[in-house]
Write a protein that binds this ligand. Structure first.
Ligand code: AVI
Length: 323
């Protein structure tokens, strides 16, 4: 199941319809929210993306967690709860949970809107001794609030938000999200934040427009989802995946380009006209600098305890402490 926690819960069908309508009537740039990329097929395609030779992000995240988990565990207090925003498949979380449970009993709360992902994660980590797994089928902040309100007075929280999903919140929403997390924490709690870093543009474009066309399928699947769930008639062959780097926002943008002038019908009443060459913007993936992460963390009232960077694929694991 997906290792990508999506920015916000996918929501009910009526909000999908409303979001599609709002996004496709936006001018001058049509948009579809990236959270809708992750239906069942989209989640599987994302898992495949993580295996692609061009997409070094997930492997860098895993390498850093594997290497630095003992050091992270050493900095944690004895009485600790662990929450993960987006449970993932449990693969990379294993390193940190194993390091933490060497010294203490841990309750681990994966927070995830997909019940299937939660049960896969529970199964994957079930063999770790001294670990109690309590899956929460909720949106991130709602789940974190739930845990935070029920913890003991002397219990600290470690929140993990891995895989650079923070980069899919377009600025300034990334900062707002850090502030929202901070408001649910107490001084002395921790946030372990994964963030992809700026790297040469050709490497970034290859990572988001791979030779096998997996990312193209991931992106086009969004139109397929609109067809299936909202009764639209997008002809997928008349749209092409595009990855481009926006130097102003330091982000890789995914778009779907209309290959001709066309009209698409969504449901019974809603029609959208596309000009030849017009695009739908489907995702923003911000690439940070270390200083930028530190600045956003400090603005959100966290102290930067450590930033570890992968040498093969510039990516940072940031250990932040609530002040
Ligand atoms: C989940 N997220 C961090 C991925 C990223 O790199 O922004 C989603 C993705 N989109 C295309 N490839 C991967």
């Amino acid at each position: 199941m997906t290792t990508a926690p999506v920015p916000i819960a996918s929501g009910r069908p009526e909000s999908f319809a409303a979001d599609v309508r709002a996004g496709l009537t936006k001018t001058p740039q049509k948009e579809l929210p990236s959270k809708y990329l992750y239906d069942q097929l989209g989640s599987r395609l994302f898992d495949a993306i993580c295996e692609l030779p061009e997409y070094g992000l997930t492997r860098a995240d895993e390498r850093l967690l594997r290497r630095h988990s003992p050091e992270i565990a050493d900095q944690m207090p004895g009485n600790l709860l662990v929450c993960e925003l987006g449970s993932g498949s449990g693969g990379k979380t294993r390193w940190i949970l194993e390091a933490l449970t060497r010294r203490r009993q841990i309750s681990y709360y994966p927070i995830e809107i997909s019940p299937l992902a939660l049960s896969l994660c529970q199964r994957e980590l079930a063999d770790i001794d001294s670990l109690a797994i309590v899956g929460l089928e909720r949106e991130y902040l709602d789940g974190l609030r739930h845990v935070s309100e029920r913890r003991g007075t002397d219990q600290a929280i470690l929140v993990m938000f891995l895989g650079s999903t923070i980069g899919n919140f377009s600025a300034p929403a990334d900062l707002r999200f850090l502030q929202d997390i901070r408001r649910l924490l107490r001084p002395g709690d921790f946030l372990l934040l994964g963030s992809d870093l700026l790297k040469p543009i050709p490497d970034l474009i290859s990572a988001y427009d791979d030779n096998l066309g997996v990312t193209a399928a991931f992106n086009l699947n969004l139109l397929s989802r609109v067809n299936l769930e909202l009764g639209a008639d997008f002809d997928l062959r008349q749209f092409r995946h595009e990855a481009r780097f926006n130097t102003v926002t330091s982000s890789v943008e995914m778009h779907l380009r209309s290959l001709r002038a066309q009209t698409v019908t969504i449901g019974t009443h809603f029609r959208v006209d596309f000009q030849d060459g017009e695009t739908i913007w489907t995702e923003n993936s911000h690439k940070y600098s270390l200083a930028e992460i530190a600045e956003k963390a400090q603005t959100a009232n966290f102290r930067v305890q450590a930033q570890w960077v992968d040498q093969q694929w510039p990516f940072a694991e940031n250990l932040l402490m609530a002040e």
